[in-house]
Design a protein around this ligand. Structure first.
Ligand code: AMP
Length: 172
């Protein structure tokens, strides 16, 4: 059986020169690979008590929804600007050029709900740090974060709360 990590495709110079994009679509397209990847993400969290996955748009949704099903918890989308219909809370965060914004429904979970943050790739850590701040502003208690891939050379981990677990299913 193919190791799911071997299905990750490096695409040089996407979305701009100098970036090596970690393309996970071949993992998702392979039944065994997708299952193994989700199991690898879910494994550290079995036995941890929490209520919902807070998943980051867009690829975080794919993995986060599968994780929620695997772990028997709810799913809450953290979306880009202007996509959620009801009252939202927002968190701005810096990108290399300019800024972006994550939003959550203000009533997505009850105050004090225990949640796990999920995304596909941890790079500089700005996105996950924004998700952490947003979840806390919404009243959630964050139990940790789960990503499929960590780009360790960018040290994004250092931008996350050192008191929380951050699990990566694969590290490059
Ligand atoms: P960062 O905020 O720098 O940690 O970037 C994380 C977000 O950008 C994630 O939501 C990823 O989907 C995306 N991302 C950043 N770098 C890459 C990369 N080299 N390959 C794939 N996705 C990336």
């Amino acid at each position: 059986m193919t190791d799911w990590r071997d299905l990750i495709r490096d695409v040089p110079d996407f979305p701009k020169p100098g970036i090596v994009f970690k393309d996970i679509t071949p993992v998702l397209a392979d039944a065994e690979g997708f299952n193994a990847a989700v199991e690898a993400m879910a494994a550290p969290w079995r036995g941890v008590v929490f209520d919902a996955v807070f998943a980051i748009e867009a690829r975080g949704f794919i993995l986060g929804a599968a994780m929620a099903r695997a772990l028997g918890v709810g799913f809450v989308p953290l979306r880009k600007r202007g996509k959620l219909p009801a009252r939202t809370l927002a968190q701005e965060y810096a990108l290399e050029y300019g800024s972006d914004r994550l939003e959550i429904h203000a009533d997505a979970t009850a105050p004090g709900a225990r949640v796990l943050l999920v995304d596909d790739v941890l790079a500089t850590g700005g996105t996950l740090a924004a998700a952490l701040a947003l979840a806390r502003s919404q009243g959630a208690t964050v139990v940790g974060a789960s990503v499929l891939l960590e780009l360790a050379f960018l040290d994004g981990r250092s931008r996350f709360d050192p008191g929380l677990a951050l699990e990566a299913a694969a590290t490059f």
